[in-house]
Design a protein around this ligand. Structure first.
Ligand SMILES: [Zn+2]
Length: 356
């Protein structure tokens, strides 16, 4: 029996689970197996070059590509091919075969970058599936330029700067789990506060089930990160309720220019009641970085008009929006320090609800 070269890391880092091994050798999405010397190997439709010099195998799919290009771009392949090949190495179409533990989708994504210069487009990758493939394989195979570029993309999606965060569309989905694991894998600390914060907006079930990718792999949070999120969700909930009762409180006597205190008092009471009721809904994310615009707009006299039954005068509304924003800025600034504190909170059980 001929030997093949394997790059099969048994320890997949950062909670990344592989798909189950396929039992069928036929994948109808791939091209015909005509001429392949290895039964069960399906040629990839996109990356099977007749003049290719090496066959990479992921799952049951073969990718015939260029050995020299892999050596030039990847430290791992460079090391692999620097070792003389055994005489009895497995050959397909005269090319040495390298078996990889990656999925065909992930390998195809990275080969698309290496061979075709494909760019990463964020809006087409809402759940970070392709970015995940790129970072994991670039990290695994030592493709430094692709890794640096992909981590930069991750940083842009989970920025450490508040203005950038506000400008970024907030996707409170399981992409947060993927981002946490990619940050752990690559030691990209700046991504963690916002990525963990996004995780805290997920239901307990979503947190436990992890983020499934189209290639069959799943990102699951580590036990420590799950503990962090559990502690944080509790803390965020209490912070949110505390914020409702301090911010949505009528302070007419301190607001210069309010000439309708009875009306403004009623508006504050109504807003506080609405916000409290919303916070009791377990399906509602606990977003302490929310500016409450949808709620405030309904009580903004400049938007709903002076004849609205209950509304806040312009003076009080301006003051309220400023206080809400200042509170959010303070909360944002505290996020990085909370990454570790969240876990400690569980152990301490000291009951302090304040993070402002
Ligand atoms: Zn007022």
């Amino acid at each position: 029996m001929k030997r093949s070269l394997d790059i099969d890391t048994s320890e997949e880092a950062s909670g990344h689970k592989r798909p189950r091994r396929q039992t069928s050798h036929k994948d109808r999405s791939q091209g015909p197996n005509t001429g392949a010397e290895d039964s069960g190997l399906v040629r990839d439709k996109e990356f099977w070059y007749e003049d290719g010099s090496v066959v990479l195998v992921a799952g049951n799919v073969g990718f015939r590509v260029y050995r020299g290009l892999l050596v030039r771009r990847s430290e791992v392949f460079s090391d692999l091919f620097s070792v003389p090949q055994p005489q009895d190495s497995q050959l397909v179409c005269g090319c040495p075969v390298v078996h990889l533990s990656d999925t065909p989708d992930a390998l195809r994504e990275v080969l698309g970058v290496l061979l075709c210069g494909k760019k990463y487009i964020q809006k087409n990758d809402i759940e970070l599936d392709r970015l995940s493939y790129r970072i994991r394989l670039a990290h695994k195979y030592g493709i430094e330029d692709l890794l640096d570029e992909s981590i930069q993309q991750l940083r842009q999606l989970f920025p450490a700067n508040f203005a950038s965060w506000r400008a970024t569309g907030r996707h409170y989905t399981s992409r947060g789990i993927t981002a946490v694991n990619l940050a752990r894998l690559t030691n990209t600390q700046s991504v963690l506060p916002t990525a963990l914060y996004v995780c805290c907006q997920l239901s307990d079930r979503a947190l436990l089930e992890g983020a499934a990718h189209p290639d069959g792999t799943t990102d699951e949070l580590s036990r420590d990160d799950l503990l962090r999120c559990m502690a944080a969700k509790s803390l965020l909930g209490r912070t949110h309720v505390h914020g409702i009762h301090t911010l949505l409180h009528h302070i007419g006597s301190f607001v210069q220019g309010c000439r309708s205190q009875p009306s403004c008092c009623r508006a504050f009471d109504r807003m506080r009641h609405t916000a409290t009721t919303r916070s009791l809904d377990v399906a509602t994310p606990i977003d302490i970085l929310d500016t409450w615009d949808d709620l405030l707009d309904k009580y903004d006299r400049t938007k709903v008009g002076g004849n609205a039954l209950v509304s806040l005068c312009e003076c009080c509304m301006t003051n309220l929006r400023e206080r809400v924003f200042a509170t959010i800025c303070t909360r944002w600034a505290s996020l990085p320090g909370l990454v570790d504190a969240w876990k400690d909170k569980v152990a301490e059980e000291n009951g302090d609800p304040e993070i402002e």
